[in-house]
Design a protein around this ligand. Structure first.
Ligand SMILES: CC(C)(COP(=O)(O)OP(=O)(O)OC[C@H]1O[C@@H](n2cnc3c(N)ncnc32)[C@H](O)[C@@H]1OP(=O)(O)O)[C@@H](O)C(=O)NCCC(=O)NCCS
Length: 224
């Protein structure tokens, strides 16, 4: 699983991620049921420079987990929201995205992160409970405030290194996937040869050449 900070280039992957979520999960994530048009409007309005979006990509570079850290001003707070595809739940992806956001917030001088969730959202509350936090209750809603520890220059260096490595890895995997697709297209376009025609000179009359069909061994492979 590749954890990467997202850029505006990842907008289509973000739309695809939300489009793949079940209705109930979209409700838990947004607090209402957004239509496809509302999701597209939300994704188009995302500010990847000011806010921080992080995602886990699987081996085919599908965005399977996504966190949005909506940034306030330095010395203020940020707001965290997350969603993980059903097939990848309970593997620590939600937790690792919160940890990554805490590190980023710390490096930006943010002192706390707010997480708004429903009281029935046990997995989200379970993630929050692992951090020192304050919890406020408003009817069916819970507002958790997770403190962000102050960190120094080393943490900032660590984060930029992580970002660079992840961006490089993402590029590398994308290149490999494109190469794989090109190879399989080429293999499908080439008809497998079962025999080949060769020109065989007839030794008795050197001026006349005759054609002969030479069967290929049945185990011969089509190389790409
Ligand atoms: C909340 C959500 C992001 C969690 O993602 P995740 O990758 O499964 O989270 P993690 O694996 O890091 O941790 C989940 C924790 O909840 C626990 N959990 C899962 N289902 C649970 C349940 N029904 N009751 C109690 N705890 C539960 C897991 O055991 C795990 O705790 P552990 O690490 O101590 O075992 C995911 O369920 C999701 O996308 N939900 C829909 C959107 C949403 O609710 N977003 C939150 C709005 S801010």
């Amino acid at each position: 699983m590749l954890l990467k900070r997202l850029s505006a280039l990842d907008r289509p992957a973000v739309t695809e991620h939300f489009a793949a979520q079940e209705r109930r999960d979209l409700y838990l994530r947004f607090g209402y049921w957004p239509s496809r048009a509302a999701i597209e409007g939300y994704v188009n309005a995302l500010d990847f420079e000011h806010d921080a979006l992080f995602g886990h990509f699987d081996r085919s570079l599908r965005l399977v987990a996504l966190a949005h850290l909506s940034m306030g001003q330095p010395n203020q707070s940020a707001e965290f929201a997350v969603s993980v595809c059903v097939a990848h739940r309970c593997h620590g992806l939600g937790q690792s995205l919160l940890d990554r956001c805490i590190e980023h917030a710390s490096n930006c001088g943010i002192h706390s992160i707010h997480i708004q969730t429903l009281a029935e959202n046990r997995p989200m509350l379970c993630i929050v409970l692992k951090h020192r936090h304050q919890m406020q209750s408003f009817a069916q809603e819970r507002l958790a405030t997770v403190p962000v520890p102050a960190k120094g220059l080393l943490s900032q260096l660590h984060e930029s290194l992580q970002d660079e490595m992840a961006a490089l890895e993402h590029l590398g995997v994308r290149g490999l996937l494109a190469l794989g697709r090109a190879c399989s297209r080429a293999a499908h376009c080439r008809r497998p040869a079962t025999s080949m025609q060769v020109q065989r000179p007839v030794t008795t009359s050197p001026r006349v050449a005759t054609e002969a069909v030479v069967p290929l061994p049945t185990h011969s492979k089509v190389t790409t």
